[in-house]
Design a protein. Structure first.
Length: 85
């Protein structure tokens, strides 16, 4: 497999991980909120709060993955430049 294809596959893996992380964080927040509302009889307050927390956590993870991926790409570009010089 060529280096270009390998980089593309790695980037697709990162992007799919980001999407799944965003969805799972929201679903986990929803689940926790629903359980707390059912237990405490406070519907819909905990559900709304924990869905919001889940969305915030998902976007935080999105930015962390994006920053990490950019750092990795920058390091790979530096290595490629060193090899070509």
């Amino acid at each position: 497999m060529e280096e270009k294809d390998r980089k593309l596959m790695r980037m697709l893996g990162v992007l799919s991980t980001v999407g799944l992380t965003l969805v799972f964080a929201t679903v986990i927040g929803l689940f926790i909120g629903l359980k707390l509302d059912k237990w405490l009889g406070t519907s819909p307050w905990f559900t709304a709060v924990f869905v919001l927390f889940g969305i915030i956590a998902g976007f935080r993870n999105l930015f962390v993955y994006a920053r990490r991926s950019q750092k990795t790409l920058d390091e790979e570009e530096k290595e490629d430049k060193k090899e070509h010089d």
